[in-house]
Design a protein around this ligand. Structure first.
Ligand SMILES: CC(C)(COP(=O)(O)OP(=O)(O)OC[C@H]1O[C@@H](n2cnc3c(N)ncnc32)[C@H](O)[C@@H]1OP(=O)(O)O)[C@@H](O)C(=O)NCCC(=O)NCCS
Length: 143
């Protein structure tokens, strides 16, 4: 783990932080072309928790968030690290910190969908596969 990374839970974002988060979403192809910064601000505000990783130059290099009901169940999603900073433990740190934070808020069920065969990554951060279940989404949704 790099000691020079700052991890912060945020409830709103503007300026550099908002543009950094926007870049991470865009790099992953997680924004539709009609999506606006205002939508991202609402996503951040509406999340049960939104965690960012910032390097010493103030660049937002990673993020992870969770949606939840405030008391019981939460799903983690939008977990990513900027390509040039991968492989340094930042992704694992984001997942572990977000999971601990959700547990401290009282969430007793925390799930996620491991895309692109990323199960080994999540298993190292304290998750296990549900062998008897398959992730599903509505017919109008896309990954
Ligand atoms: C997945 C991701 C967040 C990992 O970030 P990172 O900072 O590189 O992760 P770490 O450095 O903490 O890696 C921890 C370990 O998981 C492994 N790992 C990382 N991504 C992996 C993947 N997609 N599949 C399998 N293993 C993976 C690493 O090789 C590393 O293994 P090691 O400890 O044996 O060296 C990053 O690769 C990413 O942003 N990917 C694109 C978005 C994505 O796939 N998100 C997750 C799926 S929803």
């Amino acid at each position: 783990m790099s000691a020079k990374i700052k991890y912060t839970f945020i409830k709103d974002a503007k300026g550099n932080i908002l543009s950094g988060i926007t870049s991470l979403y865009k790099a992953q192809g997680w924004l539709d072309k009609e999506d606006t910064s205002e939508k991202l601000v609402k996503i951040i505000y509406g999340s049960a928790a939104f965690l960012i990783a910032e390097n010493q130059e103030g660049r937002i290099i990673g993020m992870a968030r969770a949606i939840g009901d405030g008391i019981s169940d939460a799903y983690m999603q939008d977990i990513t690290v900027a390509k040039e900073f991968r492989g340094q433990g930042i992704g694992t740190e984001l997942v572990i910190r977000l999971k601990k934070h959700l547990e401290s808020l009282g969430y007793s069920w925390i799930g996620l969908i491991a895309q692109d065969n990323s199960q080994p990554f999540y298993m190292k951060a304290g998750f296990k596969q549900i062998m008897s279940a398959a992730p599903m989404m509505s017919d109008k949704s896309h990954v």
